[in-house]
Design a protein around this ligand. Structure first.
Ligand SMILES: N[C@H](CCC[C@H](N)C(=O)O)C(=O)O
Length: 259
């Protein structure tokens, strides 16, 4: 069967995007999905996203990491699927959709998408790092030599090491530029490599920097190898709410491939 797909990227985090409202992809075969994400034998992407119908919301998002397995929430993928939904004429400037971590609201103007993330509680502070879940788990660590860091090897040893082990975590390395600006490089679980940016990752960094007192701002710019993102939030007694991930999401090309 020939499968029509679109390629999207959100600050360099790239995805194969498929309109699956007719259930063309009926069962989610992880080996075939990881093949589509392979950068040599397939289309190449950090993940694959299916847009499916939903009874009460504009659509449903089903996300797979490049390893072909369904995973936790993808923030950049959430921004890209909103741009895709507008391209398909499903929405105009506002959207509500269901993802693996629940319902999300979003706004889109031009190529800029603002995605509301789930509230965050249960932030763990440790001597060397902060651990929190922003829809996906993140180990956030301040470093001094961000540009020279071997993110793949340092990230993998944290991701596979105790206490995360096989289930793992994403790993975000951070340096502070100013009270409202941090640079971030991320090792992504399920891609098992550095990605150019990670939406739940920069969200985790913004909240962790506020929670540990590195900043008292509640609107923060995050600079990643794939471009700049913004995160805004409101601190509560027990964590954070009204969390928004803001940045560009772009359609790169359309294609067709044997499925
Ligand atoms: N790799 C993540 C999911 C995708 C997160 C990332 N692409 C984002 O933009 O949030 C995980 O398995 O926890």
């Amino acid at each position: 069967m020939i499968l029509e797909f679109y390629k999207y990227q959100g600050t360099g985090n790239d995805f194969v995007m498929i309109d699956n409202r007719q259930k063309i992809i009926a069962n989610y075969e992880s080996q075939k999905i990881s093949h589509l994400c392979d950068r040599r034998f397939g289309i190449g992407a950090d993940g694959l996203i299916l847009l499916e119908s939903h009874d009460t919301m504009d659509f449903k998002m089903v996300y797979f990491n490049a390893d072909g397995n369904q995973s936790s929430m993808c923030g950049n993928g959430g921004r890209c699927i909103v741009a895709f939904a507008r391209f398909l004429g499903l929405i105009e400037t506002q959207a509500t959709f269901e993802a693996i971590d629940g319902a999300h609201s979003a706004n889109i103007e031009g190529d800029k998408v603002s995605l509301q993330m789930q509230d965050v509680k249960g932030i763990e502070t440790h001597k060397t790092h902060t651990f929190l879940d922003t829809g996906s788990p993140h180990h956030v660590e301040l470093v001094s030599d961000l540009n020279r860091l071997d993110v793949k090897s340092r990230g993998a040893s944290i991701r596979y090491g105790a206490p995360y082990n096989e289930a793992g975590t994403n790993v975000d390395f951070v340096t502070k530029n100013a009270a409202d600006s941090f640079s971030v490089r991320t090792y992504e679980r399920g891609v098992e490599d550095e990605t150019y940016s990670c939406g739940t990752g920069v969200t985790a960094v913004a909240l962790a920097m506020n929670y540990t007192g590195e900043t008292d701002k509640n609107r923060i710019k995050l600079l990643t190898p794939g471009g700049a993102l913004e995160v805004s939030f409101e601190k509560t007694e027990t964590g954070y709410q009204d969390i928004w991930l803001i940045g560009a999401a772009t359609q790169v090309f359309k294609g067709a491939i044997v499925w």
